[in-house]
Design a binder for this molecule. Structure first.
Ligand code: SF4
Length: 82
């Protein structure tokens, strides 16, 4: 489960967030590009390829899309309890 104490500093406020690559739990982003390729309207990459949330979803369809990315993240670095 993503550590909400280790959020990427560029996440917009809201329910969804990505965690910082320095997360000691080993759940930090590894810049695999799944989320920002799968849902570029909501996830973006910083200069090092690490992900952060640029827009929070609002419709059911958008939320579903963001959850899909969360489930596909190989290191559980996306949370939706922010
Ligand atoms: S899917 Fe996970 S590891 Fe991959 S870029 Fe997104 S947050 Fe990082």
């Amino acid at each position: 489960m993503a550590n909400k104490e280790m959020k990427h500093e560029k996440n917009v406020e809201g329910m969804f967030y990505c965690t910082d690559p320095d997360d000691d739990n080993g759940e930090g982003c590894i810049a695999c590009n799944v989320c920002y390729n799968g849902a570029p309207e909501f996830y973006a990459e910083d200069d090092e390829g690490n992900a952060y949330v640029i827009k929070q979803p609002s419709t059911e369809e958008e939320i579903e899309l963001c959850i899909e990315q969360m489930e596909q993240c190989p290191v559980s670095s996306i949370g939706n309890d922010g």
